[in-house]
Design a protein around this ligand. Structure first.
Ligand SMILES: Nc1ncnc2c1ncn2[C@@H]1O[C@H](COP(=O)(O)OP(=O)(O)OP(=O)(O)O)[C@@H](O)[C@H]1O
Ligand SMILES: [Mg+2]
Length: 395
C-alpha cells in the first residue's frame, strides 16, 4: 500500500491512529478533574506499565482533556541526572502564566510568584527561572531549604492562585520513577497538603511498575493519595484487533480475520508491537484484503524492525556481565524471577550478583516487582535475548 498514507504510528509517545482500550483511565481522569473543580477530594493517579504500552500517549490525552476544560497544564518528562528543583520551578512558572496573563495578575498570583522567587533563590541561586516575573522573594515561605516544606508552600500558593481565578492546574509527569526518593517524597507531601485544602491542583504521573512501591517507601500514605492503574497489553479479542483494523478501514484497506489473529498473537497485544507490525504490513502488501500469508511473510522484517528500534537500543547500553544476567533471566522465562535463581545460573552468590542487578535496574532494564525478585521492564525482552543468543552465540 502507499507508504505515504500508512496510518500506523510506531514510536515513543506518538499518537496512535486508533487509541483503544483506555476508556476506563480516561474516564477516571475526567472524574478527577470534575471533582476537583467542584471542591471535592479525589485520589490522583500514576499510570504504570512496561515500556511501549502507551503511558506517554495516555498522559497526552489527559493533557488534551484538561485543556478542553480550561485547566493550566504542565507536562514534564523526568530525566536522570537533571536537577529537580529548577525544573519544577520552571514548570510552576509556566503554570502561573497559564492561570492568567501577567497583566491580569491578582494578589494571589503575585504571592505565588513571590514564593516561586524564594524557592528559586533557595534551590537554584544562579538560575533565571523567575525571569520576566518581576517580583521580589517572599521571606519565610519557600525558602527554608527543606525541599518538602518549600515545595508545599509553592504548590499550595499556586493552587490558591488557580482557585482564585476559577481554574485548575495539572502537572503531568512522565518517567516519574526517575525522581530521586527525596524529590518524590517532596511532591507527595506537597500534593497531600493541597488535597487537604481542596485546592484545584493535581499531579498525574506515568512510570514503570515499581512506582507504587517507590511512592509507598517515600510516604506510607501515598496509596491513599494516588491510584496506580496499570496498563499493558490490549485485550486480544477486542482492542488489539481494533488497533489494527480501525486505522486501515477509512483508507479502504481490510485485514482478513486470520491475518489479524496472527498479528495479535505474535504481538501479544502490546501497543508498540501492534503499530510496528501494522506499519510493515501496510508498506509491504499491495492489495486489500491483507491475508494470513501476507502477514506471515513479513514476520522476519517485523522481528528485525523491533530488534532495531526497540530492543537493541536497550541491550546496547549493557556490559557483558549484565548481558549474561539478562540472558540467564531470559532462559528462566518472561515472568519475574527470583534473584537467587538468576545468580545461581551465572554462578554467583546473591551478594555477588546484587550489584549487576542494581545496575540493570538503574539502566531501566529491570524492575523489582517484589522483594528478591526482578522482572524485565520491556515486554518480550526474554524472546529478544534468546534470539540474540542464537544469532551471536554470545553471553
Ligand atoms: N491505546 C493504544 N492503542 C493503540 N496503540 C497505542 C495505544 N497506546 C499507545 N499506542 C502506541 O504504542 C506505542 C508506544 O506508546 P508510548 O510511547 O505512549 O508508550 P510508553 O508506555 O510511554 O513507552 P515507554 O515506557 O517506552 O516510554 C506508540 O507507537 C503508540 O502509538
Ligand atoms: Mg513513555
Amino acid at each position: 500500500m502507499d507508504p505515504r498514507k500508512n496510518p500506523y504510528a510506531p514510536g515513543a509517545g506518538t499518537k496512535p491512529p486508533a487509541l483503544v482500550g483506555r476508556d476506563r483511565q480516561i474516564e477516571s481522569f475526567d472524574i478527577l478533574l470534575e471533582r476537583l473543580e467542584n471542591g471535592y477530594v479525589e485520589q490522583s493517579m500514576i499510570v504504570t506499565g512496561l515500556r511501549g504500552v502507551g503511558k506517554t500517549v495516555l498522559l497526552d490525552v489527559f493533557r488534551e482533556k484538561a485543556e478542553a476544560r480550561d485547566w493550566a497544564t504542565v507536562e514534564w518528562e523526568v530525566e536522570k541526572n537533571v536537577t529537580f528543583a529548577p525544573r519544577l520551578a520552571a514548570q510552576v512558572r509556566r503554570a502561573l502564566l497559564q492561570i492568567a496573563p501577567k497583566a491580569r495578575w491578582t494578589d494571589r498570583l503575585l504571592r505565588a510568584a513571590a514564593i516561586l522567587k524564594s524557592f528559586t533563590v533557595t534551590f537554584n541561586p544562579d538560575g533565571a527561572m523567575t525571569a520576566g516575573l518581576d517580583v521580589e522573594a517572599l521571606a519565610g515561605l519557600g525558602d527554608s531549604g527543606a525541599l518538602s516544606e518549600d515545595l508545599t508552600d509553592l504548590l499550595v500558593a499556586t493552587g490558591e492562585a488557580a482557585q482564585d481565578q476559577g481554574v485548575g492546574v495539572v502537572f503531568l509527569i512522565d518517567e516519574i520513577q526517575f525522581l530521586q526518593p527525596p524529590e518524590l517524597e517532596a511532591l507527595i507531601v506537597a500534593l497531600h497538603k493541597c488535597t487537604r485544602r481542596s485546592l484545584p491542583i493535581t499531579l498525574v504521573g506515568a512510570g514503570l511498575p515499581q512506582i507504587p512501591r517507590l511512592a509507598g517507601e517515600a510516604k506510607s500514605y501515598s496509596e491513599r493519595l494516588f491510584r496506580f492503574p496499570r496498563i499493558g497489553e490490549l485485550d486480544a479479542a477486542t482492542y488489539a484487533r481494533d488497533a489494527l483494523i480501525l486505522p486501515a478501514r477509512p483508507l479502504g484497506v481490510e485485514l482478513e480475520p486470520e491475518a489479524v489473529d496472527f498479528m495479535v498473537d505474535y504481538t501479544q497485544g502490546y501497543p508498540y508491537f501492534l503499530q510496528e507490525y501494522g506499519r510493515i504490513v501496510w508498506d509491504e502488501t499491495s492489495v486489500s484484503p491483507v491475508t494470513l500469508h501476507d502477514v506471515r511473510s513479513v514476520l522476519p522484517l517485523v522481528e528485525g524492525g523491533l530488534d532495531e528500534s526497540f530492543f537493541r537500543v536497550r541491550a546496547d547500553r549493557t556490559t557483558d556481565l549484565e548481558l549474561r544476567y539478562l540472558y540467564a533471566m531470559a532462559e528462566l522465562g518472561p515472568l519475574p524471577q527470583r534473584a537467587s535463581e538468576v545468580a545461581a545460573r551465572i554462578r554467583r552468590t546473591v551478594e555477588q550478583a546484587g550489584p549487576i542487578r542494581s545496575r540493570l535496574i538503574d539502566k531501566g532494564l529491570l524492575y523489582t516487582p517484589g522483594h528478591g525478585y526482578a522482572a524485565f521492564t520491556v515486554p518480550q525482552f526474554d524472546r529478544f535475548m534468546l534470539r540474540r543468543h542464537a544469532e551471536l552465540g554470545e553471553c
